[in-house]
Write a protein that binds this ligand. Structure first.
Ligand code: ZN
Length: 79
């Protein structure tokens, strides 16, 4: 998403009285570990960053909090 699209989405979230809780993207050919670019452009420290990897036979989903240009694993459970 470009910056304008992101701002529109954040505005809609705010108007609904909701909050940004997570941001998702996939790594089609890489493991579910934040890349240097993922960390560099992680502008929402309040959000959980979910990365789905399709690089192996079994899809793998991991979740991180990215603060101060460091990624920390966030435990989560799919229900
Ligand atoms: Zn990534």
């Amino acid at each position: 998403m470009d910056t304008r699209q992101i701002q529109k989405v954040l505005q809609k979230i705010s108007l609904k009285g909701e909050a940004l809780v997570g941001i998702y993207h996939s790594h089609p050919t890489a493991p579910p570990i934040p890349s240097t670019a993922d960390i560099a452009y992680a502008y929402y420290p309040e959000a959980a960053y979910l990365i789905l990897s399709l690089s192996s036979n079994q899809p793998e989903l991991c979740c991180y909090r990215i603060l101060g240009k460091q990624a920390f694993v966030l435990p989560f459970q799919l229900i």
